[in-house]
Write a protein that binds this ligand. Sequence first.
Ligand code: NDP
Length: 246
Amino acid sequence: MSTLDSTVVAITGASSGIGAATARELAARGAAVVLGARRTDRLDETVARIRAEGGRAEMVAVDVTRRADLERLVARAVDAYGRLDALVSNAGIARIAPMTELDLDDWDAMIDVNLRGVLHGIAAALPVFRRQGRGHFVTTVSTSGLKIVPTQAVYAGTKNAVRTLLEALRQESTDGVVRTTSISPGYVRTELVDYVDDPEQRAQAQQTMATLGIGPDAVARAIAFAIEQPDDVEIGDITIRPARQG
Ligand code: NDP
């Protein structure tokens, strides 16, 4: 028996980085995983790899900015495995720029993915969790929300908004049915900053990631730790950063 043999977990942003590593880690510990993201070719690869290693995995094309996609993700877990024990809301984007540049499109995009996307997941899974009498929201926030620095204002704002709503949900759920966990990673070597528009900012961020970042498997292990606790134990917050990060 593995620790998560009877656990069903859906993961958004599972096509790369922390989400893909989390899917592999949880599946290796026995969980059935349902992967969601927009790049379905990448999801297919991870699902095939998990199955080849004897694990259980399904995938769904998910754009977290669309409510209906989250409903389909949750429904797939319930249809395939009979229930959903945890939703890892991990999909996220980071656009780095000083506020004076007024990149309103980037602000909107971060709000839509990082904040609205998490709310869509909560809306889809909460009725299932309450019906089951158990469920766990695990969400990837960021140390950007803990140590506030220039150029990350809106990104950090979306992450701290999520931190706030999970704490409120926790306080509304003291009947023990719903658990919430905020995972705050520091620099992790992923594709996150590859989509920053400004070439100079992008190169600098990629360089920091490459030299300082920890592997996404480290965050995956932290997520697994939170999920595998007994139902009466709630890990509220985990901060996990490179030992050399300031
Ligand atoms: P990646 O860029 O490797 O992964 C981001 C994931 O989010 C991808 O799977 C991507 O999938 C998905 N995603 C983006 N937009 C959408 C969307 N609209 N709908 C569905 N999925 C979407 O970066 P990370 O693994 O680093 O990022 C994972 C999380 O960790 C994010 O929330 C990020 O903010 C957070 N984080 C990362 C840190 C780091 O240093 N790497 C530090 C702190 C927090 P696809 O494009 O296929 O849809």
